[in-house]
Design a protein around this ligand. Sequence first.
Ligand SMILES: [Mg+2]
Length: 186
Amino acid sequence: MIEGLILVVVFLFWIIIAKCLSPQRRLIILDLNGVLIYRERRNGNNSNSGIALSRFNVWVHPEVTTILDSLAAQGFDIAIWTSVRSENVEEILPLLNWDPKRFVFVWTQENCVVDGQHPTKIGVPNFTKPLDRVWERYPQYNASNTIIVDDSAVKLEGYEKNHLHVASWTPGDDVMHIWWEKIKTC
Ligand SMILES: [Mg+2]
């Protein structure tokens, strides 16, 4: 009887110690277009600027590698979720100059859920990013330890508590520093 009680106490003590030694990880999910990169369909006016990828010109934020390193050093697990199609994402990822194996996951348009039409882009579906999909696939993350940085509110309706809604980045502006500073205090 007493031995059993001691075993239970030791077991509970071991669980508490294990929890203290391995604190819960935090996940930060980053959007691509408007956050880490800017991309636009190539036309006669912009054909000489940006990096040409298929039908698009792409600009990468000049500090993207520094920011990813900084988030990792801050203890975040990092993932990408973009509504760009997977074949285009494969071309964009090397431009980030960061080992893609370090991302917990890279999700693309194929992982999004279509919710009607985009409210401002005519003829474009609204590709939403229901975070429950992430939490089902990666149960170590949940509403209490996940942040998603995204410049689109309509993709994350219902997840406002986890959504750090940022202004869209375009080449030459400084909006990334605004959310980067916010993340540093998280
Ligand atoms: Mg975006």
